[in-house]
Each structure stands twice: as structure tokens, then as C-alpha cells.
Design a protein around this ligand. Structure first.
Ligand code: NAP
Ligand code: MG
Length: 498
């Protein structure tokens, strides 16, 4: 055991978090946690039994409604807590998460190989999401009264929390993709059962510890660990009222189908294959400074990144040279080293997926200008050499399918219309960037990209603005008031005007 591992609060655990305490699993199976930088198993978690899942959902149901039943009768559930009081608890939770920043960062890096340069910001980002949703409390307290058009009566439009929510997260940002769901759910008055991804079941436990320290009542937040089949059982559980999922498009489709037949509200944040549209007036030096953050963040394991670069014919050679040089010199290595830009792939399986895409690019005639089907240079761990492909054409698999690894594809366009057509020619509709020295031209072009978000000269998500995928990238939105709305149900109360 290394010195660092000895300082990680969670390594091997037997527990799920149910009804405010860590409870020993009654499930038989276990899931190992592997450090992708070394390939070594350093942790493990239990796989929940049906009884564990039932207990977690039942705890969330009790915490939602409390003992007295209805809000009107002064119920004692989380849904009955005044929004301002829920907001106060969210602010305390934010501070408690920040107090655990280092443990969150190190556990996260050991789980999925995200460089510490990335994970060291996870707690601060999570805290900022909690604080943003706390700031929306007034939206829940404002009365919304709408007269009938004929003036005969009026309607009070009330907002109720939707109920008990299933929160299912992937492994690429195991803290923030949970908190993006948890914060609006809690603000709305919902209670939750979280199922993290199998490779990353430990860092999220620090959020639970923070919730206990902040005084979030027992049963409001529950956590069970286990494989995809546990996620499936959670989605379909009769005690669940809404599902929020981030992950792959195929799993999202199966969850949507289940929720469709159950008529259960669902929010889906799925895969992407976004484009960086480079205009002929681009400042290549400025672009090189944001290239990795916008196009290969987190070793290419970020849903919204612009991994397809669309280059004007007149600047093609220069652009290929800039991208190649920028990627080739970015340090790859130990994700615990603050200087590391590219870490390993998060899992052995993901490493194999990325390598297969690199081989397919070569087989289809793309030209690797750095990287390619080459050894990683590391004697252990799940490293793939960052790769830039030039001479990519829009029909190639590397141009169409989400790779989720450090691979960029550069395509040539002949006119702006051609560029827009190539950008929109994928099944996805998540992100995208436009690089131009002319902010007005870039802004005018944004509506032509058929995606939920577009960054002009950079990409970052804003907690105050909706993040929403179109087409195969998802349904509904996270963040912003729209993200809170996803955890609320309306009730129109018609009454005579007094
Ligand atoms: P995934 O395989 O879809 O898994 C996501 C989560 O769903 C995991 O917790 C997984 O559990 C669980 N799961 C698997 N099968 C399930 C089922 N049938 N029913 C319910 N839950 C099930 O995705 P991943 O491999 O973890 O993550 C990579 C993908 O996530 C990429 O495609 C990426 O684009 C997407 N992503 C999207 C966004 C976004 O906001 N749009 C953000 C990040 C990532 P197990 O881990 O135990 O299998
Ligand atoms: Mg998966």
C-alpha cells in the first residue's frame, strides 16, 4: 500500500449509504476499483442486493414525505422543508464538500486517472453548483397567479417536487455529474438514490460524508453500488418518480424506453461528437492555448469536447501543424503529477476502444500526424498515445462515432455552408466551438450549429445556463432554472377571484 493510498478515506468498503448511515451490503458480489495509471486494484465496493435497493428507495420515500403525509397538514418530509431552509443546507453542504477537496481529488484520480490538474477543481466546482441552485430558492417561493382570459377566475400555478429520483452517473467526472443532478433535486425538495459508475464508486462517498456533516436529514440522499443491472433495476423500481442519467447513448436509449413505458419523467445527458469550426481568420496561437481544454479535456473523456476540427482549405496545413505540435508536446504521464495534461484512459476496456478507433482511422486512410497505432511508452497502466489524424473525411468512423479518448480528427471544408453541413452531419447534437477573430461573425454562425451548446473561442459549461443535448445527445437540460424545473411538477389550482 502506498503512502497516498493509506490517506484515502475509502478503499475497500462493505457499505451502501441508506437512511443516513453506512449500512453493510446484503449483496454477494463485489466490484474492484483499479488505478488506471498502474493497473493495480486498490479498492472494492459491494454490489447491492434487491433488498439493499429496496431499502434505499424506501428510505428515500420516507424522507420525501415524512410522517404526517401531506404538505398541507404540516408534513415533516424534505418536500415540506421551506425552500429557504433547503437552500441554507445546500450552502452548508457546499462548504463541507470544499473541506474535502483533497480527498475527493485524490480518490477521483485514483479511480479514473483524471489528472489532478482536473480533479483538484472538482470540489470547488461541486460547491459552486450547490451554491448556484441554493440561489434559486426564490423561484420556488414566488407565487405565480394567472387570470383566466375571460377574467372570471384565476389559477395559482404551484410547483411540487417530482418525488424520489434515481441519479445514475458515468465514470468520466464522477463528482460533478452526480452533483449536477443532486443539487437541483435537493433544492426542488426531491430525495434521491444515487448509482455511480462501476469504475468510480468511491469518490462520491465524500459527498455523502459532506451531506451528513452539513445536516442534510437521513434518507434524503442514498447511495447504492453495483453493475449496470442495478441501474436498470433502479430505473424501473416502483418507488422511483424520475430518472436523471448521464452516460452513453445506447444505455440512455434503453432507459428512455423503460421510462416511456412507465411514463416516468427522465433527463438524459448522452454522448457527443462535436466540431470545432475554424474560420479562415483564426488566430492559431490563441486557439492553441485553449485547444486541449476545448477539444481533448480529461484525456478526451468529456462529452462536449470538439474532437472534430473543421479547417478551411486555405489554412489547412498551418492548422494541422499547430494542432499536431500542441498535442505532441503536452505532457502525458502520472495523473498525480500536477504538470500532467494527458493521463491514462479510465479503464482497460476504454483503452481498447480507443486503440480500435485509432486502427480504424488508419485503415480508412486517415493520416496520423502524431501518435497513431504506437506503443504508449509506459510499462503499465491504460495509456494511449494522444493522436491527431489529418485527411479525415466526414464518413469515416473516427469522424462519426464518439471515441472518448485522446484522438482528434481534422477535416477540410471548402465553404462555410460545407463546414456547417459537415458539423451537423453526425447523429449527435451536444457541443461545438467556433474559432474566429470576429466575435460577431462567430455569434451569427452559432445558430447554424444544431447542438445544445456552442462556445466561441473556448468551451466551458455555465451552471446558470442550460446544458442540453439534441438528437442522440439526450433529452432535457441540466443547469440553470431549466435544470431545477426538471425536478418539479406543476399543479394548477383554479379559484374564484376574491
Ligand atoms: P454508460 O456505460 O452508459 O454508463 C453510465 C451509467 O449507467 C453507469 O453508472 C452504468 O453502470 C449505468 N448503466 C449501465 N447499464 C445500465 C442500464 N441498462 N440501466 C441503467 N443504468 C445502466 O456510460 P459510461 O461508460 O460510464 O460513460 C461514458 C459515456 O458517458 C460516454 O458515451 C459519454 O459521452 C457519456 N457522457 C455524457 C455526458 C453528458 O453530459 N452528455 C457527460 C459525461 C459522459 P456501470 O458503470 O456499473 O456499468
Ligand atoms: Mg459503460
Amino acid at each position: 500500500m502506498s503512502v497516498l493510498q493509506a490517506t484515502l478515506p475509502y478503499t475497500h468498503t462493505d457499505d451502501h449509504f441508506i437512511d443516513g448511515t453506512w449500512q453493510r451490503s446484503t449483496g454477494a458480489g463485489r466490484t474492484e476499483v483499479t488505478n488506471p495509471a498502474t493497473g493495480e486494484v486498490w479498492g472494492s465496493v459491494p454490489q447491492a442486493s434487491v433488498a439493499d435497493l429496496d431499502a434505499a428507495v424506501a428510505a428515500a420515500r420516507r424522507a420525501f414525505s415524512g410522517s404526517a403525509g401531506s404538505p398541507a397538514s404540516g408534513g415533516s418530509g424534505w418536500r415540506d422543508v421551506a425552500p429557504a431552509e433547503r437552500a441554507r443546507l445546500l450552502l452548508r453542504l457546499a462548504s463541507q464538500v470544499e473541506a474535502r477537496a483533497e480527498a475527493i481529488s485524490h480518490t477521483n484520480t485514483w479511480e479514473n486517472g483524471s489528472p489532478v490538474a482536473e480533479t483538484s477543481k472538482a470540489a470547488a466546482n461541486a460547491a459552486s453548483i450547490f451554491r448556484y441552485f441554493a440561489s434559486l430558492a426564490p423561484l420556488l417561493e414566488t407565487s405565480d397567479i394567472r387570470p383566466f382570459p375571460d377574467g372570471s377566475a384565476e389559477t395559482v400555478v404551484r410547483l411540487d417536487p417530482v418525488g424520489v429520483c434515481a441519479l445514475i452517473a458515468p465514470w468520466n467526472f464522477p463528482i460533478n455529474l452526480v452533483v449536477a443532478k443532486l443539487a437541483p433535486a435537493l433544492m426542488a425538495g426531491c430525495t434521491v438514490v444515487i448509482k455511480p459508475a462501476s469504475p468510480t464508486p468511491l469518490s462520491v462517498r465524500l459527498i455523502l460524508d459532506a451531506a451528513v456533516a452539513a445536516g442534510i436529514p437521513a434518507g434524503v440522499i442514498n447511495l447504492v453500488t453495483g453493475p449496470g443491472s442495478l441501474g436498470d433495476a433502479l430505473v424501473k423500481h416502483p418507488g422511483i418518480n424520475k430518472v436523471a442519467f448521464t452516460g452513453s447513448t445506447p444505455v440512455g436509449r434503453s432507459i428512455a424506453a423503460a421510462c416511456g413505458s412507465l411514463l416516468r419523467p427522465v433527463t438524459l445527458e448522452l454522448g457527443g461528437k462535436s466540431s470545432a469550426l475554424v474560420l479562415p481568420d483564426v488566430d492559431l496561437e490563441a486557439m492553441s492555448k485553449v485547444l486541449i481544454r476545448s477539444c481533448l479535456r480529461n484525456t478526451g473523456q468529456t462529452c462536449y469536447i470538439s474532437t472534430r476540427i473543421l479547417a478551411p482549405a486555405a489554412r489547412y496545413g498551418e492548422l494541422v501543424d499547430m494542432v499536431t505540435a500542441t498535442i505532441a508536446v503536452a505532457p502525458q504521464g502520472d495523473p498525480m503529477d500536477p504538470a500532467t495534461v494527458f493521463g491514462p484512459s479510465a479503464t482497460r476496456a476504454q483503452e481498447q476502444v480507443v486503440r480500435e478507433y485509432i486502427r480504424s482511422g488508419i485503415a480508412e486512410g486517415a493520416r496520423a500526424t502524431t501518435g497513431g497505432d504506437v506503443p504508449s511508452g509506459f510499462d503499465r497502466g491504460f495509456y494511449v498515445t494522444p493522436t491527431v489524424f489529418a485527411d479525415v473525411t466526414p464518413g469515416m468512423r473516427i469522424a462519426q462515432e464518439e471515441i472518448f479518448g485522446p484522438v482528434l480528427s481534422i477535416m477540410r471544408y471548402s465553404s462555410l455552408d460545407d463546414a456547417v453541413a459537415i458539423a451537423n452531419n453526425t447523429p449527435f447534437g451536444l457541443g461545438g466551438t467556433i474559432f474566429s477573430e470576429d466575435p460577431d461573425a462567430a455569434f451569427a454562425l452559432a445558430p447554424r450549429l444544431d447542438t445544445g451548446s456552442v462556445g466561441l473561442g473556448f468551451f466551458a459549461s455555465n451552471h446558470a445556463a442550460p446544458f442540453a443535448g439534441r438528437h442522440d445527445s439526450g433529452l432535457g437540460a441540466e443547469f440553470g432554472p431549466e435544470g431545477l424545473r426538471a425536478y418539479l411538477s406543476v399543479q394548477s389550482v383554479h379559484r374564484r377571484i376574491r
